[in-house]
Design a protein. Structure first.
Length: 222
């Protein structure tokens, strides 16, 4: 078996989509994680897991949950891009199954109230149909990849574009003081807060791009 440099197997597109979907599911953790620090007690956040409700003002109450979820999310995405294997696929599947079960639970128990709301950006979107559909689809994809990795030799660790990864990480850090000024100065829905939220979303994207390898998986020929 040989590995063809620079050539990617088309079937791995679903794996890359799975990783970007996973990143999207953790965006709702990254935003309050950062804003709770930079906005302080004036920032109120809330989340749910099945019938349990978590939330707080700033770093109070259940902020520990955001830290735990952020650590899990960063770990999953780093391993997903840099260490593709049956164990990594199993970890991704475990998260996707939990996420799908949670979204299905709320779609069934509270279809009208199952919405994504972002007061700063003025976002209010119903998730009753799209969230369960996508979460179930990607849970199936993640489970499929457990078998996919198990039935073929795992490729060598992907080649990483170190220069790009380093630049992306430096940008993640460089954004911090600007975030602090914008979010700490903002008063909820003004342009300071809006700009700070957009910058925080860009920061999460850059962090994921830093994890992403230049050649995620290489084509296998026998």
């Amino acid at each position: 078996m040989t590995f063809v440099p620079g050539a990617e197997q088309p079937s791995y597109r679903s794996y890359r989509l799975l990783l970007w979907w996973t990143a999207l599911t953790f965006l709702a953790t990254w935003l309050p994680l950062v804003r709770s620090v930079m906005d302080g007690p004036s920032y109120e956040w809330g989340t749910t897991l099945f019938s349990w409700h978590f939330g707080g003002h700033g770093l109070s109450a259940d902020y520990w949950l955001l830290i735990v979820k952020a650590v899990v999310g960063v770990g999953l995405l780093y391993a997903g891009w840099r260490i593709p294997s049956p164990k990594t696929a199993a970890a991704l599947a475990a998260w996707q199954i939990l996420f799908a079960a949670d979204t299905l639970y709320y779609a069934v128990t509270d279809p009208r109230g199952f919405r994504f709301r972002g007061d700063t950006l003025g976002v209010d979107i119903s998730l009753t149909w799209i969230a369960p559909t996508l979460s179930t689809l990607f849970a199936i994809v993640a489970i499929w990849w457990i078998r996919k990795f198990a039935n073929r030799p795992v490729p060598p660790r992907p080649q990483v574009n170190s220069r790009f990864a380093n630049v992306a990480l430096w940008l993640v850090l460089a954004i911090v003081p600007v975030q602090w000024i914008l979010l700490h100065t903002g008063r909820g829905t003004d342009w300071y807060d809006v700009s700070g939220v957009v910058l925080t979303m860009l920061q999460w994207l850059l962090l994921n791009l830093a994890f992403r390898s230049r050649s995620p998986i290489r084509r296998q020929t026998i």
